[in-house]
Ligand binder design. Structure first.
Ligand SMILES: [Zn+2]
Length: 204
């Protein structure tokens, strides 16, 4: 896991394997420049209200599908002078869920609208409640936590900026509900986590 840019591992919608989700690279575009982006198949253009109620137009591209900006053919002239970011601050609601994946198991590369936590690959269900981790590193942390004896204090996670985009997830993972930690639940939760992680059963 690298600092405040946690990897999100999702279930490939095509084959079910674990694959990384990448947020779209987005930039605010001046209204007068919208047309070439609208016509270009590599871009997605959204106009909407930002968090302070102003109308903004944002263009996005999807590097798992197209590669870096310089790889995109017939790039609109203004594109290189814009600031592209996966974490564009000034954007309409909904743009934060836009992204793409490239699955190495089935070779599918396509756009994907993130539904979190439903998309989470490292996810288990115990008695109708779901528990998930964003990536393998976190899932391992969770497994160790579930299997350890001295776990009164809850799991600590770094709270970088991307983290704030997933507030429900934040609350959920910051303190693993006792539902998953009771003596009865532990073995089953650990078993399912290990299966997701492709690790042999621990036996404890
Ligand atoms: Zn796949």
């Amino acid at each position: 896991m690298s600092g405040n840019d946690p990897i999100l591992v999702i279930t490939c919608p095509n084959c079910g394997a674990a694959t990384e989700f990448s947020h779209a690279e987005s930039a605010a575009i001046p209204k007068a420049h919208r047309d070439p982006f609208d016509r270009h198949p590599a871009f997605d253009v959204v106009t909407g209200r930002n968090c302070v109620g102003s109308t903004v137009t944002v263009a996005s591209y999807f590097s798992p599908v197209t590669g870096p900006l310089d790889n995109i053919k017939n790039l609109p002239d203004v594109a290189r002078s814009l600031t592209w970011s996966q974490w564009l601050h000034d954007r309409p609601a909904g743009v934060s869920d836009l992204g793409a994946f490239r699955c190495s198991a089935c070779n599918t590369a396509r756009r994907h609208q993130l539904s979190w936590p439903q998309d989470a690959y490292f996810q288990i269900t115990y008695k109708d409640r779901a528990l998930w981790a964003r990536n393998r590193g976190e899932a391992l942390k969770l497994l160790r936590f579930v299997e350890s004896d001295g776990r009164e204090k809850g799991v600590e996670y770094t709270s970088g900026q991307p983290w704030a985009l997933f507030r429900t997830e934040d609350r959920f993972l910051r303190r693993v509900p006792t539902h998953f930690l009771r003596a009865k639940a532990r073995r089953e939760v650990a078993r399912q986590l290990r299966r997701r992680l492709e690790m042999p059963d621990g036996g404890s």
